[in-house]
Design a protein. Structure first.
Length: 261
């Protein structure tokens, strides 16, 4: 190696040494004091009640449903309600032809009157024979037969009264009334139709919609958990262990009346 080649190499070593010394001096100058504690945000927690809600799909159902059926056979004379209207319990809905039942009632009244006359005569005769038998004016056998005739007359009066009550009930049944209050649906018969007692087809159906049920579907596991929470007081309830429920309609509006579970 000649002298001209050694001069650049020596200059390179000198530059590297200078940089090394300069780097050490820079590290000593950058030394800083130890940092203090880090600032953090503190949040204080407190217990408070939280409203937990559960949304379930449901379908409305009538509180009570009554199927109106005739109790007697006859021709429908009148329909006295508007389909889809509100009816009250005891309101007249249909009138069945009462002519034959009125005649049966009149006949039963006459039969009762006749039986009462016979019973009255038999009772007077029995009282008279009780007195005569004491003086031996009549035999004991005759007195027993008269007493038996009077008792039979009493039984016939009772039977006639029962027949009269039955005839009166049948006549009342020609007036078909609403068993409950509610909204009545479509009439299945019109004037002139023949209806029979205890027929399978209902004349009309009445649904009581106030109050109304909302049936919802829920798993048995959730139902058992809900019952446990109600019993444990974890859910706000009234004295009957009922919890308030809000009903949301299909259009998203809230029904004005709250229900209870």
């Amino acid at each position: 190696m000649n002298g001209n080649a050694r001069i650049p190499l020596l200059l390179l070593f000198a530059l590297i040494a200078g940089l090394t010394i300069g780097g050490c001096k820079g590290q000593k100058q950058a030394a800083r004091p130890a940092p203090g504690p880090t600032e953090v945000n503190v949040v204080t927690l407190s217990a408070q009640p939280v409203a937990l809600t559960t949304e379930l799909p449901g379908r409305t159902a009538a509180h009570r449903i009554a199927e109106v059926r005739p109790q007697v056979t006859g021709i429908v004379q009148k329909r006295l309600f508007n389909e889809g209207s509100e009816v009250s319990a005891g309101e007249l809905l249909y009138q069945i032809d009462p002519a034959t039942y009125q005649a049966s009632l009149d006949s039963a009244e006459a039969t009762l009157a006749k039986a009462e006359v016979v019973e009255h005569s038999a009772r007077l005769k029995a009282e008279r024979y009780r007195t005569l038998v004491k003086t031996s004016a009549v035999s004991e056998q005759e007195q027993i037969e008269v007493e038996a005739a009077w008792k039979q007359a009493v039984a016939e009066v009772a039977a006639a009264r029962a027949a009269l009550a039955h005839a009166r009930i049948n006549l009342d049944y020609t007036r078909v009334t609403a068993p409950i209050s509610g909204r009545i649906g479509k009439s299945m018969v019109s004037e002139g139709a023949l209806v029979t007692a205890q027929q399978s087809m209902a004349l009309a159906i009445i649904q009581q919609l106030d109050p109304i049920y909302v049936d919802v579907s829920q798993s048995s596991t959730d139902l058992l958990r809900l019952k446990s929470e109600l019993a444990a007081g974890q859910i706000t309830t009234d004295s009957a262990l009922r919890s308030d429920v809000t009903v949301i309609l299909d259009d998203g509006s809230v029904y004005e009346h709250n229900g209870y579970l």
